[in-house]
Design a protein around this ligand. Structure first.
Ligand code: A2P
Length: 349
């Protein structure tokens, strides 16, 4: 299937990438399709890859029905760009195959994020790292992206010494089946029927539980550890102090986070607002009079991370502390949009 680039920006000498989406039927995969259409991404062709279960399915794209194929080692011949979101083990197996076939892989899984030669990129923060890729570029963890889009512009002006973050994470982070399970569980509970979850470890509806990732010897779960390690890599700052508590809440697809910051020097609320109002990827939603602040329903389907509750931390009397509350669409900026933005930057190199 071939697509020219629509509109006045069409350039026949650059028809765009021959692209494949690995995991095209999943929560992030279907968002890739949406974003590629919305952004008029330069595509020469598009191939949809998933498991054998989905082979033969069709997904709509730019007025056509594209077939889903089962991914095999031969799937990447003639492909230039792979947007991968089919889970860590699938990326570990197929990303090297795709790279050998000449593709650049923008990988949404955690498989390669901490490998030193793999750039880990949030385009608003470290786009320069893209240039040193050796075939794989990693997309950071969703909670890490949503926290750092607003923290970075502040850090650039007045370096952040310590971050204390608590997350309120949506079901979408565990995939399309977890989102369906939240809806089914809510329905069952409202009807007074018994419900046994099979995707998430606990009932998600009307409940809150600690993030369903592996717990390390230090007591931190893997999601928390990712936020710490990945932020240091993206910021190129191995010394920044971070502690995180990651929790699932009964929300479908946008993550929220309470973020407490300690800066190097005193900083005022006004300075924070001024910096964030000019920051890319950020929208301030901070109306104290109406008690209207970032909410996951408002963040859903939005490109920007919503930031509010901006206030001086009264427990840091030296004026170096700030609290804020953010919401960002986990599937969009937390995953698919960030990966597409990486591919767009790659196209500019
Ligand atoms: P499929 O729908 O065929 O199972 P999510 O994160 O929403 O759970 O989506 C996971 C994505 O990864 C889906 O597109 C899913 O395809 C794909 N996937 C899961 N297991 C495999 C596999 N063994 N091989 C290829 N794709 C897979």
């Amino acid at each position: 299937m071939r697509f020219g680039r629509a509109g006045p920006t069409a350039r026949t000498e650059n028809m765009g990438y021959r692209t494949a989406i690995l995991g095209a039927t999943g929560a992030v995969g279907t968002e890739f399709l949406k974003i590629l259409q919305q952004r008029d991404f330069p595509l020469a062709s598009l191939k949809l890859l998933a498991s054998q279960r989905s082979a033969g399915k069709k997904l709509p794209f730019r007025g056509q029905e594209l077939p889903v194929e089962e991914v095999t080692e031969g799937s990447f011949k003639g492909v230039e760009l792979v947007l991968a979101s089919a889970g860590g083990s699938i990326s570990r197996k197929f990303a090297p195959v795709a790279v050998s076939a000449g593709c650049v892989v923008v990988d949404n899984t955690s498989a390669f994020r901490m490998e030193p030669e793999v750039p880990l990129v949030i385009p608003e923060i470290n786009p320069q790292d893209i240039a040193r890729h050796k075939g794989i570029i990693a997309n950071p963890n969703c909670s890490t992206i949503i926290m750092n889009v607003p923290v970075w512009p502040l850090h650039k002006v007045n370096p952040v010494r310590r971050i204390v973050v608590s997350t309120y994470q949506a079901a979408s982070g565990a995939g399309a089946r977890a989102m369906a399970e939240l809806q089914e569980g809510a329905r069952a509970m409202l009807e007074g029927k018994p419900f046994t979850p099979t995707v998430l470890p606990h009932v998600a509806a009307f409940n809150v539980f600690s993030h369903n990732s592996e717990i390390g010897e230090d007591g931190y779960n893997l999601e928390e550890t990712k936020m710490v390690r990945e932020t240091r890599k993206i910021f190129h700052d191995p010394d920044i102090l971070i502690t995180a508590t990651c929790v699932r809440v009964p929300v479908l697809r946008a993550h929220s986070e309470a973020i407490n910051l300690q800066f190097t020097r005193p900083i005022t609320e006004e300075e924070v607002r001024e910096i964030l109002s000019a920051a890319p990827g950020v929208r301030i939603v901070d109306d104290r009079r109406r008690n209207y602040f970032p909410m996951p329903l408002d963040a859903t389907d939005q490109d920007e991370v919503l930031v509010g509750r901006i206030r001086r931390d009264i427990s840091q009397p030296d004026g170096r502390g700030v609290d804020m509350f953010v919401s960002g669409d986990q599937i969009r900026k937390g995953a698919a949009l960030n990966a597409v933005q990486i591919a767009e930057k790659l196209n500019e190199l």
